[in-house]
Design a protein around this ligand. Sequence first.
Ligand code: ATP
Length: 416
Amino acid sequence: MIIGLDDTDSRDGMCTTYLMAVLIGKLNAFGHLKDYPLLVRLNPNIKYKTRGNAALAIDVELNDQNDAQNVMELVIHTVERMAFFSEENTNPGIVFVENSTQSMKNDLSGFSMRAVRDVLEIREAKEILSRHDIAHRGFKNERGLIGALAAAGFALCGLPDHTYELIAYREPKSWGSLREIDSGSVFAADAATRPDTWDTVDIENERIVFAPHSPDPILFGIRGNSEEAVRRAFSIIRSEPVERHVVFKTNQNTDMHLIKAKIQKVKEDRSYILEGSVSKPPKTTTGGHIIFEISENGTSIECAAFEPTKGFRRIIRELRAGDEVKVFGSVKDRTLNLEKIRIDRLNIQELRNPVCCDKRMKSMGKEQGYRCEKCGAVKKEQVTETLQRNILPGFYEVPPCARRHLSKPLVRFLKS
Ligand code: ATP
């Protein structure tokens, strides 16, 4: 039986991964998990999300098929007891997939991928549930059925690429208090296991980035390429007592959210890989955000490296008109929020006003030519000059402190 779960938490507490961790403990009495529990990240631009738009699924091999009803009741009861129903934006969903068919698999594989890349309606989830007679339970407006069904779909059909995350949970008495984690041991764990683990610390910004600051039950999460790597890092970290921990299989850090597209096809709230050449050079706006524009066949889009992307902005500031780039990120308000950039070709030539008497000549107006302010000489055209560039072509990414869950770090490109 595949059990999918979503939308049980609020910003004030709880976390669907914790609810799933508790459920896994309870379900031990009824059977065993056929694979790792799945932690999937869905479209990062969904306005209803609490934090990272996570949804969960497990595939349980029941010891006795006659227990199916009891298991469903146990899951529903656990959600009723633990979910944050008082929060307006918490609308839990649970699905139970028992007998799968090829046509169910076909529907679910498409639906699950769209939940990561597109914006879905609750109606679409309910149509699939009823078409395939999938047992489910939705609470309040039932929006959680979208994520629960998508996660169950990935458990059924598999993930095209995956990583692992070991999540350690706090003892309930510590929830809401400051997390006690020995930072030296975290840096040591990172040094001992990188590049098989990543995003535990941010070396350039001298920060630990694997622990949240919210009042939820998570102590920290270690991301990596294998169960062995995340467990090795875990064994090195010293901290307050861990109540329980779970190793999840996940689509985090796989770039699954990114759609390769032409700029003219871009829609709001989706994430893309776009190609183009820089048509407006970077400018810094209030708050330290850097904005530039790229164009392709006459259509253009603004790209932004926001202040939290820290040192990444040093690279972006160096872009010049004519540079050919590939940009990776989510589109909101017609602006692509950069997660990575690949600079394919740097423009090393630029049209400048001619020099005369050791100074640039002044333009006399559109198509009027250029005049030297000192000697009065006049020239008709601008001249092509070679630009001195301070960056190299290549792949650049935001630092770990600004990485989105789904974004694939460059260390993973080197591996694959
Ligand atoms: P949690 O830890 O509880 O999962 P979260 O940040 O992951 O918190 P949710 O509370 O799950 O966010 O809220 C996201 C809501 O949006 C869920 O109800 C989910 O079903 C729904 N949702 C997820 N992806 C999509 C999508 N692509 N289109 C429409 N709705 C979606």
